[in-house]
Write a protein that binds this ligand. Structure first.
Ligand SMILES: C[S@@+](CC[C@H](N)C(=O)[O-])C[C@H]1O[C@@H](n2cnc3c(N)ncnc32)[C@H](O)[C@@H]1O
Length: 204
């Protein structure tokens, strides 16, 4: 992984700073550098200009995505936890393409207007089907809907319950993946990154 990260996914100083600022073990839940680079590639390949990220943490993934945007592009990123949002605000203050909204995504999403090219879902797992409902209504045909942590500690494919994953969260993630796996609606895959990342190109 060091070889890949050094050669293909070197972090900018701002990304390094955002990662270094995640000192609390509970906060070590950002995407990895190679996943950030994958998001950049997807953004460039699909002419993505308007992005919503649900779950900011320290702004690490937002920094990766912003660096792939063409002129005029923007990321709206939503974080519920006020301490995390304050840290993300500091980490992303230099980048006018990143607009941070603090609050529960379930309250903020209905206030967003217009159409989006991509939604990156990376927040409370039990709400993934709800976020998918919103994304399906607001992402253009040919846009991307991406969900991180979609293997949910491998609980989605285990028959038996997996420690630290509530059955309700596992069921929600299974629903999310099943909906995105529908070939009539999406060109899609669940990539086996460390935590799993489901990527769907919206066909409808
Ligand atoms: C996995 S982290 C996000 C990591 C970030 N996308 C990155 O890769 O840098 C999940 C974040 O979602 C936030 N979150 C959880 N539920 C939320 C909700 N209902 N609305 C907004 N944010 C939420 C958590 O506070 C946490 O910071």
């Amino acid at each position: 992984m060091d070889y890949i990260r050094t050669l293909f996914a070197p972090e900018t100083p701002a990304m390094q700073h955002a990662r270094d600022a995640m000192t609390d073990p509970n906060d070590q839940i950002s995407v990895m550098a190679e996943e950030g680079k994958l998001l950049q590639l997807l953004i460039r390949m699909n002419n993505i200009r308007r992005i919503v990220e649900i779950g900011t943490l320290g702004g690490y993934a937002a920094l990766w995505m912003a660096d792939a945007l063409q002129d005029g592009g923007e990321i709206i990123t939503i974080e519920k936890d006020s301490a995390r949002a304050s840290r993300a605000a500091l980490n992303t203050a230099h980048d006018p393409r990143i607009r941070l909204l603090t609050g529960d995504a379930k309250d903020i999403l209905p206030t967003l207007s217009g159409s989006f090219d991509m939604v990156f879902i990376d927040a409370d797992k039990i709400s993934y089907p709800h976020y998918l409902d919103w994304a399906e209504a607001h992402v253009r045909t040919g846009g991307l809907i991406i969900g991180d942590n979609s293997l949910l500690f491998d609980s989605v494919w285990h028959d038996q319950p997996v420690e630290r994953v509530r059955p309700t969260a596992r069921d929600a993630m299974r629903t999310f993946n099943r909906r995105l796996a529908d070939p009539a609606r999406y060109q899609s895959i669940l990539l086996p990154t460390g935590e799993g990342m489901t990527i769907g190109l919206k066909l409808f």
